[in-house]
Design a protein around this ligand. Sequence first.
Ligand code: SF4
Length: 686
Amino acid sequence: MSFRTTCPYCGVGCGVIATPDGSGGATIVGDPDHPANKGRLCSKGAALGQTLGLEARLLAPQVGGHAADWDSALGLVADRFRDALAQHGPDSVAFYLSGQMLTEDYYVANKLIKGFMGSANVDTNSRLCMASSVAGHIRAFGADTVPGTYEDLDEADLVVLVGSNLAWCHPVLYQRLVAARARRGTRVVVIDPRRTASCDIADLHLALQPGSDAALFNALLVALADRGATDQEYVARHVSGYREALAAARASDPSLTGLAPAMISTFLDWFIATERVVTIYSQGINQSSSGTDKVGAILNCHLASGRIGRPGMGPFSVTGQPNAMGGREVGGLATTLACHLDIANPAHRSAVQAFWNSPAMPAAPGLKAVQMFDAVARGQIRALWIIHTNPAVSMPAADAVAAAIKGCDFVVVSDVTRTDTTRLADVVLPATAWGEKSGTVTNSDRTISRQRAFLPAPGQARDDWRMLAEVAARMGWGTAFGWQDAAQVFKEYARLSGLAGDLGRDFDISGLAGADYDTLPPTRWPVSARKQGGRFFGQGGFFTADQRARLLPVTPRLPVAATSPRYPFRLNTGRVRDQWHTMTRTALAPRLNQHLAEPFLELHPEDAADLGLAPATLARVTSPLGEAILRVAITDRVARGQVFAPIHWTGETAPTGRVDALVAPVVDPVSGQPESKASVVAIAPL
Ligand code: SF4
């Protein structure tokens, strides 16, 4: 028997068909009927069958490092959260979640901490990934709406990749772009300081100075205006703030990009001459101290030119994780409520509170990820629940974060395998993994897909939503958390979204409340009597008070940390093709480990010569915050003075490749997203 499910890695959200082999494994093929991938898989998805073993799995609860039964472990979690709330109030508790969680798990976590514990201190590792896109969407559109669809990639004549190595980070979308290019000659522009694998198909590569993207898109807005290439009717009917945004764009200096004027002109000419333009952006835009403004500069150009919400055009934020979008939708960020409702809006709060029949509801946003771990370090957070993420490795200033977790009064971690973070926990709860649990995820183009269990839960592993509900019951809230299965959680969530639709929000899947959960096909939201799937904003209809999009004046800001004689290199971080996050799953697949076997540092040949570093030798990389030991890869893919290192390796790997120990916890003031691609470091031979 085969099962249709969804890949657990990136935000492309590919459908896979799993056929269990009867002895704990399964064969995996792409699902030809899934709209995201139509049968394609990348190397990671194709190797999923090699990752299903029980090596390193957590199979029983642990308390204080010793095996415990579920009842005592959950009882302790409930007691410690109850005590923290009673003695120190709702600001003393926090949940740190993950884009790896299923929507149902996310919904229950958000309901428990916001609606019942009364704290908005719930944030997610998606804060590190795409919070600037969320903030940018909300500022411009009035809601966190992705306007377009994957079909737009098939139908565009120009695709601009900004801060996105689509070839490695969203490989099946890249394959889709390659196919479209072969079919219709789609032009591709890559805007990235580093010459990535995506440049293999680029007609133009703009290797701009790190962090200068807003200056380039401001130049585009000026060119659109000066050459009569704005859509004046669209602007007049659907947009506000055009004059102010244009004035700010005129005041900014394109030379900040460091690009030759002729290169900039080519990009401007191509954008202006092409109606069907999709601009795909990702972590290179988002992970910045000015990420929200960079998103705004991109959205300004698409809104001013009316290139939005129609076939083959629009700005497109691609998400890193399999369910970053689902987490955004359920309100798994400290700055949002559920179903794209606004935590700062009293009407929204009271509607959700009435629906949940809950005793408490925070009236303001809670602590974003970096702030949250600062609060842990200060002792403000007394009880912390970390679910499916490894902040001791992946947060900026990872050494300080690990120390903060270790020093916290009470930490519970739910996860699938032992990690650097589970080793710091008071209670470790074994969770079911991909293939063992059931639920839904939402991909980058708003398509909700089912993940289906095709293997039994090993040992004592339990589903996340069930653990959370059992703690809620022990805290006295069993009635509101009394679901029998994930399908019941989803149906409640779908009903709540109908209420959001009634309040004028974009996210409404009330049409799925009565759907057959078991057989639910991939479905793009919204799904309601008002609207079914499709694109947003081709005819306006923004989610602001006056239904107009807001163009925002953007003044480019370069990275906060400046290089200096002591720290003369700018460190860019990112993913490699065949690994995922901190490698807890991908490292199990021998095939994936063959691509790039150990942590490395890309360094320009002239810099390597100056430093006396030969190829494949080891370098000590230091920042004001920490150190990593990395294998030198000499390449002109990076410019002089810039280096690149991957994020995946942990402190246990030799050489030590824990690069987030080097990254400063500098954040965007609006989104709270860290500047993970522009730290300053020193490099020396080991
Ligand atoms: Fe999985 Fe992403 Fe690869 Fe698709 S592109 S198979 S979702 S990792």
